[in-house]
Design a protein around this ligand. Structure first.
Ligand code: GLU
Length: 488
């Protein structure tokens, strides 16, 4: 296949926020398209008009832009095939279904829900696939059907399966075979004239000249239907790659139970797109046995659909968070400061002035070492820019016996510091420990809580130096008042 004929698509349904499973599928489609010089398409599968919503299309577009997965044709960017929204192509699907009725490959089915239920329970009773008896009724005469339709009777259009097994080569799973009785006469067009997923998806894949369909393994049982339908419509079916399902760390199918499953939650939850890209590309594929951290260009250079694994892939938020921390630590210092400023401003709900930015920049290297999510930066640096509130747990843990002694001694020691620098502050507080006979935990933790409100903050001396001296003195005094109040 020459590269110009490689065309892949991702086809999310805008019935909810973009799911990480769809993101992983998009990533693999995109990598393969970029690897082969092919075309990557985003189509919107919005045949379910009651549940589709434009705000979810926006979410899809924003999500892929955020991840920097650019697409060559599709929603928003256009292309030779219209809007790439299925809701704009209902006429085309009806025409395709009609042509199959004409050629005898499909039929109108007037049977009632009760009749179909009876057929299904008969099959179940005989331990057969549920659609086993739902076949073209032997007495269905096209002329009669036309009369019934003209009389206003409602009918669906079903595909008439040819009653033979379907076998194909899956790029991931190898040879796949479906026996004839597992492929039912599926509905293509509902009685209200709306197309089903099988019809719309197959017609689009033909019309858009899709060469490779890489999608979740949950759709594997749809594929024999799509292959038969494609052949009946005179097309040639694409290559298929069914991507392994995503599981949670507990080995069960990924679901809300495992936490957030929408890309949006990660976009807003402090993750970097580069880290998400890296992590997601490992969900069913590996760069090489020893390399876990790699960039986009490296992934493009190495990716192949045939290297995707068959076994389920584990989506582990903890691991993604760890990887995000790695990416944060490897950022250029100036980029990190800009990111930190954004995070702090979002946390405070106001912008920082130049002096405040300077203070943040001073502390930035330490924040960069210690934070794993961009949304952690704001809370960790908050004590620099607004009044603090004591974290109740931290206070209880730290403000015990010795706290008063430590705070009184710290106040005197810090008051005597000459230059308000990390080095001089450290020297003064070390001397204070020795003079008071306190260990670091008893002597310094109360100071940390007094000036930051928490016992988890950047290192103490740097934190003190990043604050103006008068603010430090006022906070120590306030903490002493609080200790006194608690004692009385
Ligand atoms: N709309 C389907 C989904 O979101 C896409 C199916 C396909 O790729 O064929 O899962």
């Amino acid at each position: 296949m020459n590269s110009s004929s490689v065309r892949l698509r991702i086809a999310p349904s805008p019935t909810g926020y973009l799911h990480v499973g769809n993101v992983r599928a998009a990533l693999f489609n995109w990598l393969y398209a970029r690897r082969t010089g092919g075309v990557f398409i985003i189509r919107i599968d919005d045949t379910d008009q009651a549940r589709s919503d434009d705000r979810y299309i926006e979410d899809i577009v924003e999500g892929f832009r955020w991840l920097d997965l650019d697409w060559d044709e599709g929603v928003e960017v256009g292309g030779p095939y219209g809007t790439y929204r299925q809701s704009d192509r209902f006429d085309r699907y009806r025409e395709a279904a009609g042509s199959l009725v004409e050629s005898g490959r499909a039929y109108y089915d007037f049977r009632s829900a009760a009749e179909l239920d009876e057929l299904r329970s008969r099959a179940r009773g005989e331990k057969r696939p549920p659609g086993y008896y739902i076949r073209r009724p032997p007495d269905s005469d096209p002329e009669d059907q036309r009369r019934q339709l003209a009389a206003g009777e409602r009918a669906v259009i079903r595909f008439s399966t040819p009653g033979r097994p379907v076998e194909f080569h899956d790029l991931v799973r190898g040879r796949v075979r479906f026996e004839a009785d597992t492929i039912d006469d599926f509905v293509m067009l509902r009685s209200d004239g709306s197309p089903t997923y099988h019809l719309a998806s197959t017609v689009d894949d033909i019309d858009y000249r899709i060469s490779h369909v890489a999608r979740g393994e949950d759709l594997l049982s749809s594929t024999p239907k799509h292959i038969l339908l494609t052949e009946a419509l005179g097309g040639e079916h694409p290559e298929y790659a069914h991507l392994p399902l995503l599981f949670g760390p507990d080995g069960r199918k990924l679901s809300k139970r495992h936490g957030d499953t929408s890309l949006r939650a990660y976009r807003e939850g402090g993750y970097l797109p580069e880290a998400v890209f890296n992590y997601m590309s490992l969900l069913g594929w590996s760069f090489d046995p020893d390399t876990e951290i790699f960039g986009r260009e490296q992934a493009i250079g190495a990716f192949d659909l045939t290297d995707v694994q068959k076994s389920p892939a584990v989506f582990d938020r903890e691991k993604l968070t760890w990887m995000n921390g790695l990416y944060m630590r490897s950022m250029e210092a100036t980029d990190f400061v800009a990111l930190a400023a954004d995070s702090v401003e979002a946390d405070l709900g106001r912008s920082l002035d130049d002096e405040e930015r300077g203070r943040l920049a001073e502390l930035a290297p330490l924040l960069q070492e210690r934070t794993r999510l961009t949304t952690d930066i704001g809370p960790a640096a908050r004590f620099l820019f607004c009044d603090i509130a004591y974290d109740a747990k931290a206070w209880r843990k730290v403000m015990k016996a010795h706290a008063r002694q430590a705070l009184v001694a710290a106040r005197a020691a810090l008051d005597a510091v000459g230059d308000w620098t990390t080095g001089d502050i450290e020297q003064a507080l070390r001397a204070m420990l020795a003079a008071e006979g306190l260990n670091a935990r008893k002597g310094w933790q109360p100071i940390r809580v007094a000036i930051t409100g928490t016992n988890i903050s950047p290192p103490l001396f740097e934190s003190l130096a990043a604050l103006p001296r008068d603010v430090v003195m006022a906070r120590i005094a306030a903490a002493l008042d609080e200790v006194t109040r608690a004692e009385s």
